[in-house]
Design a protein around this ligand. Structure first.
Ligand SMILES: Cc1cc2nc3c(=O)[nH]c(=O)nc-3n(C[C@H](O)[C@H](O)[C@H](O)COP(=O)(O)OP(=O)(O)OC[C@H]3O[C@@H](n4cnc5c(N)ncnc54)[C@H](O)[C@@H]3O)c2cc1C
Length: 646
């Protein structure tokens, strides 16, 4: 799907059919060099590296079917709709204001004309919702994010943090876009530290209303998507303030969520007491209207408290099934992980697009060659392969890992199982941060791998890079989220020694901790046969060993430092170690899911192709961290060398 309308200098002058045929032929030659190229296609046939690799005849239908599974139809419907509507495709040159309008019209077109209703799947079929998001994001990432704000953040907060009365009142309007809305959590002074929010919602028992206030400039809601132009409502996160029963003081019940109308339903004018400013030009996502919100004694009915985890009765009494502010806060944030799951999934979508563009171009582009012979494809250069092939393998790896995350998330929404909630929370934090950081770097590698033509706006790396960059920050800053993964691992590690149980994703720790406690085996450390290196058991053991070692060491360091520095200081002293631990754990989960996906693939040729990609992912990761493995003699020098060569 090419939504950016402009001629592509990489392929100018060629028909789409010819370009496609050339690509397929070149790809086939790389896989099976015995094929002769068609004389009608201008193709140079010096395939230096491919000639020495093993050839696979991959079933071109079975592999995509296995990857995209049951959601191909809805994704194709979305692509067909936008392909049939050039007026809804985003041009290269577009002003901020026009892009915002276009983005709203794209969303309206999707919902009201194409009849795709994402909100219906947010709660009941999240797998389908995320497939829609991936497809929509590939049309224009601004549209993907606009859709996410409307349905996952604004809509998701209403149905997940509210109760039946909220669902009954708001569902249809959110679904059909009559009730456009925002998710107003972040403030100027507090983004990551949500518990530090300062906006207040004070209960007025005389009028049975909450009064929403922005107490100072630092409490202005900032960066709020859909606020600058289109939103009619906002879910506002504010401290719930209740008068004490003797009416002499107040109690701060912590952060809660409230539905606050911000614009008139008919005139679209800003409502009294609400001030809205535009956050202005951004580095990317210019189709999303981010704004700032200030509240001056804005009154809302008591019913507008999203009261699933805490409620206020007519006389001002607070009730909750959860005993503490921290537990209520945890439950509230726990319900919002859907946004994070969506970002991880969408980020893999961006990686798929950019890796595909870079690899296809590298097959076609020719530079230099042996004397008096045709120039070679740039993908034949070892350096180009090292840039792009581990990336391709990682793309497959992250695809299967995020599919797994979405499955677990869907299961969690159905069962509300407590352990699963904790699992999904940590897994979504880890995968969101790991994958979005990887994709952000990969986008630069892809641009560079395509040379000067990679810099042409029409070839998309610029917009993809700018639009995607913020994925590393919103829905939780990556560095902050990785710490949550590390904290979760440490908690489970402690529980393990107290005889607690480990949930599925973490159960490997039990076994590998025991392995870790014994020294690495000096014999297997030297094994370098291909069968051994490609054995999933060796690969997974290596990943698990590294995570267990990091966990054991950082736990000991934290204990030591906390005696002198206190908990906060000790954590900060070990911060980089903790981040490495979290990444190592996430890589372990990713590899385990990839191995499982290879095993379950029904088509033999697709399975063989995936196995190659899986081996490349595993060995590349081991090689990248070879210092760690060498330091403890887990891998002997001869084996380290072979890991690199394989
Ligand atoms: C385009 C865009 C759209 C957005 N949309 C919305 C929206 O619709 N609704 C909404 O509520 N919010 C939205 N946000 C806000 C976004 O969620 C926050 O920017 C994000 O949560 C990070 O908070 P912050 O900006 O305050 O960063 P900070 O928390 O100030 O982080 C700054 C730096 O400090 C580091 N840091 C912070 N704490 C720690 C720590 N404990 N340990 C180590 N390092 C740390 C971070 O790693 C980061 O590098 C949006 C932001 C943008 C840019």
């Amino acid at each position: 799907m090419e939504s950016r309308r402009e001629k592509n200098p990489m392929t100018e002058g060629e028909s789409d059919g010819l370009i496609a045929a050339r690509r397929i032929q070149r790809l086939s030659l790389h896989l099976s060099p015995s094929l002769t190229p068609s004389p009608s296609l201008p193709l140079v046939q010096t395939e230096t590296c491919s000639a020495r690799s093993k050839k696979l005849d991959v079933n071109g239908e079975a592999l995509p079917l296995y990857m995209r599974g049951k959601h191909i139809d809805i994704q194709e419907k979305i692509f067909d709709f936008f392909n049939s509507r050039p007026d809804l495709q985003t041009p290269i040159e577009i002003s901020k204001d026009d892009h915002r309008e276009l983005c709203m019209n794209q969303l309206i077109g999707l919902v009201r004309e194409a009849g795709v209703r994402p909100f219906r799947y947010v709660a009941d079929d999240p797998e389908k919702y995320f497939a829609i998001m991936e497809a929509v994001g590939s049309v224009d990432m601004s549209l993907g994010i606009k859709m996410g704000v409307q349905y996952s953040l604004w809509g998701g907060s209403v149905i997940n943090l509210g109760t039946k009365k909220h669902r009954d009142k708001y569902f249809d309007g959110i679904d059909n876009l009559d009730y456009t809305g925002c998710f107003a959590m972040t403030e100027l002074h507090h983004g990551s530290n949500v518990q530090g929010l300062q906006t207040t919602a004070t209960f007025d028992p005389l009028k049975d209303e909450f009064v929403i206030d922005t107490p100072n400039d630092g409490a202005i809601k900032w960066w709020i998507g859909n606020a600058a132009v289109h939103g009619k409502f906002a879910t506002v996160f504010a401290r719930l303030i209740l008068p004490t029963h003797d009416s002499k003081g107040v109690s701060d019940m912590g952060v809660h969520a409230f539905i606050v109308p911000i614009r008139d339903m008919k005139t679209h004018q800003t409502l009294p007491g609400v001030e809205i400013q535009d956050c202005g030009h951004k580095v990317g996502l210019s189709g999303v209207d981010n704004g700032a919100l200030r509240f001056r004694s804005v009154r809302i009915p008591r019913d507008n408290l999203l009261n699933r985890f805490g409620d206020v009765s007519r006389d001002g009494t607070y009730t909750s099934s959860l005993p503490t502010i921290n537990k209520r806060f945890g439950a509230t944030l726990g319900e919002l992980v859907g946004g994070r799951v969506g970002l991880a999934y969408a980020s893999v979508g961006v990686l798929k697009i950019s890796a595909t563009i870079a690899i296809r171009y590298s097959l076609l582009r020719q530079q230099f060659g042996p004397p008096k012979q045709p120039e070679v494809s740039i993908l034949d250069y070892q350096s180009q392969q090292h840039k792009l092939m581990p990336m391709l393998a990682s793309t497959y790896a992250y695809h299967f890992a995020t599919v797994y995350l979405v499955e677990k998330y869907s299961e969690m929404k159905k069962t509300h199982d407590e352990q699963l909630v904790a699992d999904v929370h940590a897994l979504s934090a880890g995968l969101k941060s790991y994958v979005t950081s990887y994709t952000a770097k990969a986008l630069s590698v892809c641009r560079e791998a395509c040379g000067g033509h990679g810099y042409a706006a029409v070839n998309r790396f610029g917009s993809l890079r700018n639009d995607h960059d913020i994925f590393q920050t919103f829905e939780g800053d990556n560095t902050v989220l990785l710490q949550q993964v590390a904290a979760d691992l440490l908690k489970r590690y402690k529980e393990k020694f107290q005889g607690g149980t480990l949930t599925v994703t973490w159960s490997y720790l039990r076994e590998s901790m025991n392995t870790y406690l014994s020294q690495p085996n000096p014999v297997t450390a030297r094994w370098e046969g291909e069968d051994h290196l490609r054995d999933p058991k060796f690969q997974l053991d290596a990943f698990r060993y590294r995570t267990s070692r990091l966990l054991q060491n950082v736990a000991a360091r934290l204990q030591k430092h906390s005696k002198t520095l206190g908990g906060f200081g000790a954590w900060n002293r070990c911060l980089n170690h903790l981040l490495t631990l979290a990444e190592s754990h996430i890589e372990t989960v990713i590899l385990a899911k990839f191995i499982e996906a290879v095993k379950n693939c029904p088509d033999p040729s697709a399975k063989a192709a995936l196995k190659l990609a899986c081996d490349l992912y595993a060995l590349d990761r081991i090689w990248k961290d070879i210092g760690t493995y060498r330091n403890v003699d887990y891998v002997a020098p001869n084996k380290a060398k072979v890991c690199f060569l394989v």
